[in-house]
Design a protein around this ligand. Structure first.
Ligand SMILES: [Cu+2]
Length: 263
């Protein structure tokens, strides 16, 4: 019975490892430099916790077998060991703190540093249930907006027509187009409630908050189309709130921009 229990523990641990290794649960391929950093940190965490997991499962199975009840004598009672317990606390604590500090360094590099110089700036404003996307146009300046001018059909961002800087602004809905291999800064906002701008392939996610413009930076390394789901339950239509990020070549980007400028 004890041997069976030990074998079961080991079989379950092995099944878990095989399940992970075969890639039944895997993230979309990394598509930005930040994603690669996040993935290598995650890999480190998996390796550290994986080694601990295997060691604990082996020990668990072995102890279940070693201290089994035998005919004629009761299962052995173990008092515990102070040095062993303290050793465990120190080792586990050191591993967790070490991983936390390393992870924090990656996080700070992605979110707290000023980012790369001269990013392409795009504004993305969430609303129930769409992403409004705005480019500043040739002048590089976002024109003024006014919430009283919001019109879902003709002026979703409430651009002020009298402002010369607003004249060349380009607005699209649910489609963010950016050139590959260039730093991008998305300025996130919301018209109504909390939404969350999620780019799984870039490993970034940021809540959008009414009244705030929150910068989010990434650097796409390959072309392709990437879904931008809203990752914050924001109302009845939340399930259908998703945009598309298209990472294209510089030439394709310029062509697209020119097309958008035509009235
Ligand atoms: Cu939403």
């Amino acid at each position: 019975m004890a041997l069976l229990l030990a074998l079961l523990v080991w079989a379950l641990a092995l099944a878990g490892i095989v399940f992970l290794r075969l890639g039944f649960v895997s993230m979309p391929a990394a598509a930005s430099s930040a994603a690669q950093e996040v993935d290598s940190q995650l890999r480190l965490t998996f390796v550290a916790t994986g080694i601990a997991f295997v060691a604990v499962q082996i020990a668990l199975g072995w102890l279940a077998f070693r201290y089994r009840a035998r005919a004629g004598r009761a299962a052995r009672h173990v008092e515990g060991s102070r040095p062993l317990e303290w050793g465990g606390i120190v080792v586990v604590g050191a591993v967790f703190l070490g991983l936390a500090v390393l992870g924090q360094v990656v996080w700070a590099g992605l979110h707290l540093s000023g980012g790369e110089p001269q990013p392409l700036v795009v504004e993305v404003v969430g609303e129930q249930f769409a992403w409004n996307v705005r480019y500043p146009g040739p002048d590089g300046v976002f024109g003024r907006t006014d919430a009283r001018l919001f019109d879902p059909a003709t002026n979703p961002l409430g651009l002020v027509a009298e402002d010369p800087a607003a004249e060349d602004d380009i607005v699209s809905v649910n489609e963010v187009v950016v050139p590959v291999d260039r730093p991008i800064e998305v300025r996130l906002g919301s018209k109504d409630v909390l939404h969350s701008f999620f780019l799984p392939a870039m490993r970034i996610k940021q809540d959008t908050v009414p009244g705030l413009r929150v910068p989010l930076r990434f650097h796409p390394l390959r072309t392709g189309e990437f879904e931008i789901p809203c990752a914050e339950l924001c109302g009845l239509g939340h399930y259908r709130m998703k945009g598309l990020l298209r990472v294209v070549t510089q030439e394709e980007f310029e062509t697209w921009l020119a097309e958008q400028r035509e009235p």
